[in-house]
Design a protein around this ligand. Structure first.
Ligand code: AMP
Length: 289
């Protein structure tokens, strides 16, 4: 694996690979890698891309300064995992490489409704920062394919919109890859390593709630299931931020299960100092027929 810290060096390498006929597959990350990230690398490798992973903990997408300061940094372990996975290139820029003129000078995109609900509402400025950094990384990497996890469902929709706004949707294909979970259903996340052992034992409950939202689609109202989930999570010491049902195509929030569009259930909770999110696209319910 080749490691680049400078955009110019990365671009020189990528350009020669592209001339040699390779497609560039890009996986942007903030490091503290786990099997979820590696699944994205594997998907890109299966597609025969030249696989470029970036690790950059982007300060502009953290609305909570403490969360930024406590974000796990494990670069040496990350490099070991990427080498083992067969990743071709790691882009490891410093902050001045991404924001040479400061964070205020970088592009700002309007994601409209998407920025007003769920993660957008709970984390003001978060998607502005995500849009900024991903567009700057796209400029640096010029990928043909980008691989992202369904785990961050709303973020995937924001990136889809970013591609449309910037006119890149014909040049870059967004692959939304399945969420990789621990044995108890907890979605893998870099933040999981901040959970204490007792908290970790409880955290599978988030996925159980998503499954119960799915399984009760034909027998209960969403209001009732939401209340059950809220009570269950609260009893275990979680602070639920939202438990929501939405149209899976455009994230329009739904008050109840509906037969028409595919639906997605989304949850955000706090457990101690750690904030966790997860979601499940509802399948196989006759409500959806
Ligand atoms: P992050 O490092 O958290 O910014 O995540 C980098 C990429 O990995 C994003 O596209 C995430 O959606 C994706 N990702 C994070 N966790 C998982 C997971 N458990 N399964 C699949 N993809 C994931």
């Amino acid at each position: 694996m080749v490691i680049f810290k400078k955009t110019a060096d990365l671009q020189q390498y990528i350009t020669s690979e592209r001339i040699a006929g390779r497609n560039i597959g890009f996986i942007p990350t903030m490091g503290a890698l786990h099997a979820g990230h590696i699944s994205l690398i594997n998907t890109a490798l299966n597609n025969k891309d030249l696989v470029v992973c970036s690790i950059f903990v982007n300060p502009t997408q953290f609305n909570d300064k403490k969360d930024y300061e406590k974000y796990p940094v494990t670069v040496n372990e990350d490099i070991g995992m990427l080498v083992e996975a067969g990743c071709d290139v790691l882009f490891l820029p410093g902050i001045e490489e991404i924001y040479p003129e400061g964070t205020d000078k970088s592009p700002v995109f309007d994601f409209g409704y998407l920025d007003t609900i769920l993660e957008g509402a709970q984390r003001p400025g978060h998607f502005k920062g995500v849009g900024q950094v991903v567009s700057l990384l796209f400029d640096a990497v010029h990928p043909q394919n980008v691989y992202m996890g369904q785990k961050d469902y709303q973020q995937c929709m924001v990136i889809k919109k970013l591609l449309a706004i910037t006119g890149l949707q014909d040049k870059i294909r967004l692959h939304i890859c399945p969420t990789v979970r621990e044995a108890d259903g907890l979605a893998m996340s870099s933040r999981n390593r901040r959970l204490t052992e007792p908290q970790r034992m409880l955290a599978g409950c988030i996925y159980q709630c998503l499954v119960s939202i799915e399984s009760k689609a034909d027998t209960a109202t969403f209001e009732v299931v939401k209340k059950e989930c809220t009570d269950l999570l609260a009893a275990k010491g979680f602070i639920p931020e939202y438990i929501a049902l939405a149209n899976a195509d455009d994230l329009t929030l739904l008050n109840n299960y509906t037969p028409a569009p595919p639906m997605v259930a989304l949850i955000a909770v706090r457990l101690g100092e750690v904030r966790l999110i997860d979601n499940l696209v509802l399948n196989n319910t006759s409500t959806q027929a």
